[in-house]
Design a protein around this ligand. Structure first.
Ligand code: GLC
Length: 604
């Protein structure tokens, strides 16, 4: 550790002192804290660190597959999850993202993203020791565990916030407190809203102490002030505490927001990168096996800087949000051109940049599409196009079989995002006839195949593997009803899961072939993150073509994004299809509606 410290000391000190105006005392505290955290790291974790240092690309392997789930929805509590690890393994999953489980106040929790204590588990979910046991059990099974680190804000019920409310000036300096609206109004001129409908405004009036506090998200989530080095020091220590519970991957929640600057939009400020780089260095010193996963739901040009320069990395992995929403755009339009362009943009990035790929997660789908390109090339304007997408996915558009709900419908800007499970968005919920059911399952499977073909770590959203439908019960729960993200946060349907291996049931008709794809991906290293990936024109606007090359092997994949069959000129004649094992010698390939193929072999 001392050796690692020595190698990183100069850069760390430089960054810290530049950001915190040579506050040497704060820096010394920070360094002591790193040593303290290392001293508390148990032997088994240090051994894992060493193993990973010897294989630093471990997380870029095609053998890794993720799943994210809510502990309570899935299995009640942490003990329940331990008992259900077999199910997770059976899905081929070896990376488990547990949704926020730290202490919160259920009435004011934002799904756990309002943390009242970074060192305690929410009592209904278990205890910190059980998290420790779970990570240990996962490590025994060669699985890793990801946990959120909600660093932009704390709950108003966190002891710092309570002390600040009570008037403690030191505690207040951890947040943004104002005694009149002058500065808050200045901020409001330039800062957009995260939750315009469910939590309008970026500040909250506290009647009891007659103060205004900055709250970019919900009013009970108070933004931390990272200009104060004490905040950074303590939050870094909290992060390392979680790492020492055996957490392998830390999801840096809402990280673009952590530095506030009057007169700006308070997103992606240069200081955010300094803070993330310092966290990266701190982890390399204390727990070098740990990964930082950045939650940066931003346009691609703002995203790439969060990887950092290749010799000074920041996040190890980032969400591939643009590909995710462009995929759904493609489902609704049956036009792959924007998706192809997105693939071209990604293939221009350094290959070490690793993305986390997903179809759905616990959040809404925000339409962060390349609207400039859509307008210039397809003549589609932003507002009408978003309206079309939202109409399609809420089933309003004539002919649509999709069933979702709007999220944060901002009537002022005629902007809205979208919620729903993959299966419901693909039409399974509205399907009546056998043909409709088949169409929905085919679309669902094709989307998963496409996710598995992208480079990086694919992460399943729990329930999607068995085609879980929307859950409307939140409509009648006062704590949840205003937040339509609960539509896709339903209880895990164990009755459905029991049918997963039976190909005559609906869950089985998705799960059985999906599991086969998962195994094929793990067996074939052409799927690894180091492969060269390109999209190509298949001659059909409905069919996406992707080619992966690695170690002399080539995989050519085709995905039909429309419900009708398509004939495609065979791009890899004589190649074997991985899923069926058939050799495709013909000049033309017929893809069924929502069909796909994974062909081994070179493009002709
Ligand atoms: C992230 C989470 C989201 C939460 C927000 C505030 O974006 O994914 O669920 O509401 O942060 O913490």
């Amino acid at each position: 550790m001392e050796q690692r410290f020595k190698e990183r000391y100069d850069e760390l000190k430089w960054l810290y002192c530049e950001l915190y105006q040579n506050d040497e005392a704060a820096f010394d505290y920070f360094c002591d804290m790193l040593r303290r955290s290392w001293a508390q790291r148990r032997e088994s974790l240090r051994a894992l660190d060493e193993k990973r240092q010897a294989d630093p690309d471990w997380y870029r392997s095609n053998k890794l597959l993720g799943m994210m789930l809510y502990v309570d929805n899935f299995a009640g509590d942490l003990n329940g999850v331990m008992k259900k690890l077999d199910y997770i393994q059976d899905c081929g999953v070896n990376y488990l993202h547990l949704m926020p489980l730290l202490k919160t106040v259920p009435e004011r929790s934002d799904g756990g993203y309002a943390v009242a204590d970074f060192r305690e588990v929410q009592p209904e979910l278990g205890k910190m020791e059980e998290l420790d046991d779970l990570t240990e059990l996962c490590h025994e099974k060669d699985m890793c565990v990801c946990l959120d680190f909600v660093m932009n804000h704390t709950s108003e019920d966190h002891p710092w916030a309570r002390a600040a409310r009570a008037g403690d000036p030191v505690a207040r300096s951890r947040y943004f407190f104002f005694d009149n609206w002058d500065i808050p109004f200045e901020y409001e001129r330039t800062v957009p809203q995260v939750f315009p409908a469910t939590a309008p405004g970026n500040f909250t009036w506290l009647d009891d102490c007659r103060q205004i506090v900055m709250t970019f998200f919900y009013p009970y989530q108070w933004d931390l002030n990272y200009r104060n080095p004490i905040v950074f020091n303590d939050m870094a220590e909290n992060l390392l505490f979680l790492a020492n519970q055996g957490v392998d991957v830390i999801r840096l929640d809402a990280v673009p927001y952590i530095w506030k600057e009057l007169g700006t939009d308070c997103r992606n400020r240069p200081q955010v990168h300094t803070l993330v780089r310092m966290l990266h260095l701190a982890c390399e010193i204390v727990c070098p096996g740990l990964l930082l996963l950045g939650e940066v739901i931003m346009e691609p040009e703002k995203l790439a800087p969060y990887f950092g320069p290749t010799d000074k990395p920041e996040c190890h992995m980032l969400y591939n949000a643009t590909t995710m929403c462009t995929t759904w755009h493609t489902v609704a339009t049956r036009d792959v051109r924007l998706l192809r362009r997105q693939m071209e943009a990604l293939s221009g990035l350094p290959r070490v940049y690793t993305f986390l790929n997903y179809l759905r997660c616990h959040d809404d789908i925000g339409w962060g599409l390349d609207f400039a390109w859509l307008w210039a090339n397809l003549g589609q304007g932003e507002a009408p196009h978003k309206r079309y997408l939202n109409h399609w996915f809420t089933g309003i558009q004539p002919g649509s079989w999709s069933r979702g709900e709007l999220y944060n419908n901002d009537e002022r800007l005629s902007d809205a995002r979208l919620c729903g499970t993959t299966a419901s968005l693909c039409g399974l919920e509205s399907a009546v006839t056998p043909a409709e059911v088949q169409r929905a399952l085919d679309c669902d499977l094709m989307l998963h195949a496409w996710m598995l073909t992208q480079s990086g770590l694919p992460v399943l959203y729990s329930g999607d593997e068995i085609a879980q439908l929307n859950d409307y019960t939140y409509h009648s729960e006062p704590r949840k009803w205003a937040d339509s993200r609960y539509l896709h946060r339903g209880r895990f349907p164990w009755d459905r899961a029991a049918q997963k291996d039976d190909p005559n049931t609906i869950p089985g008709r998705l799960f059985v072939p999906l599991r086969k794809l998962i195994l094929l991906r793990a067996e074939n290293d052409v799927f690894c993150a180091d492969a060269e990936v390109n999209a190509f024109d298949t001659g059909s606007q409905q069919v996406l073509g992707v080619r992966r090359r690695f170690n002399g092997k080539t995989l050519t994949a085709l995905f039909n994004f429309c419900e009708e069959g398509r004939w495609i000129f065979n791009p890899a004649r004589g190649g074997r299809e991985l899923v069926t094992g058939a050799v495709w010698a013909d000049e033309w390939i017929e893809l069924q509606g929502y069909g796909f193929v994974w062909l081994e072999g070179e493009i002709a």
